[in-house]
Write a protein of this length. Structure first.
Length: 93
């Protein structure tokens, strides 16, 4: 009910971010891909000073919006690691 009240706006509809996604942190994650071709959640978290879980949440949000794509990197031992990269012409600065 509270979410419905917060999401109701007047005639000017404001684009809202998904619940749990902060615009400042989202912009920090976007900026990572200005100079990097691909990153893992571990690397992104380290670069923005957040946990791997937090970084993964923001990276997955950018996948949902079509700004990033992901692929699995298979090492010689252990689980595959998800690697995130820009989709063509998606993030412009």
């Amino acid at each position: 009910m509270v979410d419905a009240m917060l999401n109701s706006t007047s005639s000017a509809t404001i684009s809202r971010l998904p619940k749990g996604i902060d615009d400042v942190t989202l912009e920090k994650v976007r900026q990572l891909f200005v100079n990097k071709n691909q990153l893992t959640a571990d690397q992104a978290g380290e670069l923005i000073g957040a946990s791997r879980t937090t970084a993964r949440r923001y990276l997955e949000s950018l996948i949902s919006s079509g700004e990033l794509s992901a692929d699995l990197s298979y090492g010689s031992v252990g689980r595959p690691e998800r690697t995130y990269f820009k989709t063509q012409n998606s993030i412009k600065v």
